[in-house]
Design a protein around this ligand. Sequence first.
Ligand SMILES: [Zn+2]
Length: 137
Amino acid sequence: MQLVPCILTEIGAVTSEQLDIIPAKIQVIRHIRKQYACRCGQCGQFTREPIPDALKRSVLGPRLSAATVYVSSRMHGSRRAAEELLQEVLGAPLALGTVTAREREMTAALSEPYRQAKAAVQRAAAVEARQAAQPVG
Ligand SMILES: [Zn+2]
């Protein structure tokens, strides 16, 4: 009987996993508006390109606005807790007033769709209740 010497040989691999957070990246998106002035030296005419509509509403982009309102709603109205979480987790330096303003904006935007969805659910529930009340056969 011949003995095989003990030498370890790779036969495959097993995988282990660990979850972690890849920090969100907050970007500053600069909107550069050109300015114009007359060079005649007498009339003093001066103008600049208008502020884009999106910037008139907020200094936050749509994704950060949505995240702000989501976090604030999940904090059950604690805007300070929302502000802190957004700062610590996302690195978004938001003022408390910004959180409040985004909440107000989102509430205004969603109130009518919410009312419509709620009415549709109530109508559907009423139809279902009538159907359940009808005798079978
Ligand atoms: Zn001029």
